[in-house]
Design a protein. Structure first.
Lengths: 274, 216, 216
């Protein structure tokens, strides 16, 4: 089996034959485009998932795993990850250590003192974990397939006549966050609408600047930085201005070189609806 | 019929309306209060069943779920509505679904237990997503250093999957009992994405003992 | 009648179900799409009126409000329901809550931005609801064709939620909920993300300043 075989992703072909051809090192010219490796790694939920994949792919017996072979294959992936200059998640490294430990313990003779007790296979704990994880994986899949409110069916509901309700709905921070989490879980469907991580306070300062520009049409750039602003606040404020310019919400102008910069709302005067 | 026809008519009208305007499924205790103890549970139950019958053949059906009675759309009708509605239902990643499965089948569990089973750290927003959906809640805290929260599934989780109790969940496969079977049935061409096929055989029933004892 | 009885039956069943499951009142445009242009507005209108008639005498009625059709409880029935649990606080629909969350976390945003994030059109009454509540206002207009309004939250929103500044909002969660993905892909992300990251680590300090300046 070559590295290329092992690294060939998801669309797995038949079963790779397991015959103990040891793999000593990765060919140095083996190039995996970082994006491909990324996709590949993202498709695993962690080291257990990767191990299960290797076991199933090679039709190894989960109750009698050939540790040497499994460890070798696992290490090949781990090496490949490092070649991609990716930071290895700690979990993958921990698992590598576990595998090597089991492998080495299997090489040692069992001390005679232990023979009276039931012989403990060093692989037992790993096996249990793999089986448990596999069960959960299947259960997760079955849960996914079950008819679910909001997808296969929806709750039917009638409204309460507005005229009867004087009270306004109450909203808590928790409700707001819940709503946001729900937005996120829906967003995952539309891959192209990807929202990058962003600092909330930048948005806040953007709003503040806009409000200020609504009151005074032109504001000197420097006036947007209050005296006594701490450095982080000033930086955030500055990023907010850049962001506003980028999104074409404000203009930054200068009459001549080295003249003061002025910031104004982009285009027409704006009226504040309150 | 034990009561007057028009009384029954009025009562069913009220039951129907109260289930339709309620935010949550409506339970028997609520319905009894609605009639200020005027009718027995048996009578109310009968009306519910009659209502269920009245709605047969419509696009909406009256069903009883874990926390009570509610109206919900039938799958074929919902299909047609979904086709028009551009708003897609949320889709949960594998980490979310696996975490949900662990909580559902192994509850009560701590985050540490979940990490132990999955072999990876659990991002806090995975659990947050499940909490926001109202499927998972903190049941208590384990009496160990750090007092980690113990998570379990909610009634709403059962309601949203249209089941009455945890024992209605698909049973966990007992792979260990029958390893050969597993080896044969597990599709080897499984895509890494985890499209496992369902295996119907050798299932153990999820019962209270499984729930309480088998952590880790 | 212009169409076959059973066709009408099916159509009304579908209309009824789609109004009952909708988050917001259902408008004619939606209903037309539901029938993929098979029926004219006049025909659909007639069915709506027939449905209205069918529901007469029940505890719930089909009414047309500004933004479309919806079912709502009749006053006398609602009175009886309220008598059982009067303290049912009204709730905003999911679309209203999600729109509010997007405006709060992503301001300033245009309606187009909101629609892009939610993946669906935002009904004008959703934003109007939030404006009427005094939680959302127009901050300005984006300099692009059409000059769309930029929305942001108001001081009153902060007051009503009992917070001092937007930075008191619960932390924004990002899209990646798989810790592996985060750990493995972060180094590949562009530097901008990294810079913002740096700022984030100063957040406590930042909060302090914001707080102290706004508490008076």
């Amino acid at each position: 089996m070559s590295e290329a075989d092992i690294l060939e992703i998801p669309v797995t072909q038949p079963i790779a034959k397991v015959n103990g051809e040891p793999i000593s090192s990765l060919p140095t010219d083996l190039y995996i485009p970082p994006e491909a490796l990324e996709v590949f790694l993202e498709s695993f939920e962690g080291p257990l998932d990767l191990l299960l994949y290797l076991i199933r792919k090679n039709s190894l017996d989960i109750l009698d795993i050939p540790m040497a072979e499994l460890t070798r294959q696992y290490m090949t992936y781990v090496e490949a990850m490092r070649h991609g200059r990716l930071e290895l998640a700690a979990e993958y490294l921990v698992m590598a250590a576990v595998l090597i430990e089991i492998k080495s313990r299997m090489l040692l003779p069992v001390p005679p003192a232990n023979t009276e007790e039931e012989e403990i296979d060093p692989r037992a704990a790993l096996m249990r974990r793999l089986l448990e994880y596999e069960r959960i994986k299947m259960a997760a899949h079955e849960l996914e397939e079950m008819p679910r409110e909001g997808r296969e069916f929806k709750r039917a509901h009638a409204w309460v006549d507005d005229t009867l309700v004087e009270r306004l709905p109450e909203v808590s921070l928790r409700d707001l966050q819940d709503a946001w989490v729900l937005v996120l879980s829906r967003i995952k469907m539309n891959k192209h609408h990807r929202i990058s991580r962003e600092q909330l306070s930048v948005r806040e300062y953007m709003a503040k600047i806009l409000k200020r520009l609504n009151e005074h049409q032109f504001v000197a750039f420097m006036d947007l930085f209050d005296e006594g602003m701490s450095v982080p606040v000033a930086v955030v404020n500055f990023i907010a201005i850049l962001e506003l310019v980028k999104e074409r919400m404000v203009n930054v102008s200068q009459t001549e070189a080295y003249a003061p910069l002025y910031v104004s709302l982009g285009g027409e005067p704006v009226e504040l609806a309150s | 019929m034990s009561v007057d026809q028009s009384v029954a008519q009025e009562a069913k009208k009220l039951i129907e309306a109260s289930i339709l305007v309620a935010e949550e499924p409506v339970n028997m205790a609520f319905l009894k209060k609605l009639f200020v103890g005027q009718f027995e549970q048996k009578q109310i139950q009968q009306w519910l069943e009659e209502l269920q019958e009245d709605w047969r053949g419509r696009g909406i059906e009256l069903v009883e779920v874990a926390s009570g009675w509610r109206f919900q759309s039938k799958a074929d009708v919902q299909d047609k509505i979904n086709a028009v509605n551009p708003e897609k239902p949320p889709r949960y990643s594998r980490s979310v679904m696996e975490t949900l499965a662990i909580i559902a089948y192994r509850q009560p569990v701590t985050r540490g237990d979940i990490e132990e089973i999955r072999g990876v750290a659990v991002a806090s927003n995975v659990i947050r997503t499940l909490e926001a959906r109202g499927w998972v809640e903190v049941l208590g805290y384990r009496e160990v250093p750090g007092k980690p929260a113990l998570y379990g599934t909610t009634k709403q989780f059962l309601d949203d999957l249209n089941i009455h109790s945890l024992s209605d969940l698909p049973p966990l496969m007992d792979l260990q009992d029958n390893p050969n079977e597993v080896a044969l049935t597990l599709p080897l061409e499984e895509t890494i994405g985890g499209e496992l096929e369902l295996i119907e055989s050798n299932e153990t029933h999820l019962n209270d003992t499984t729930l309480s004892s088998e952590t880790t």
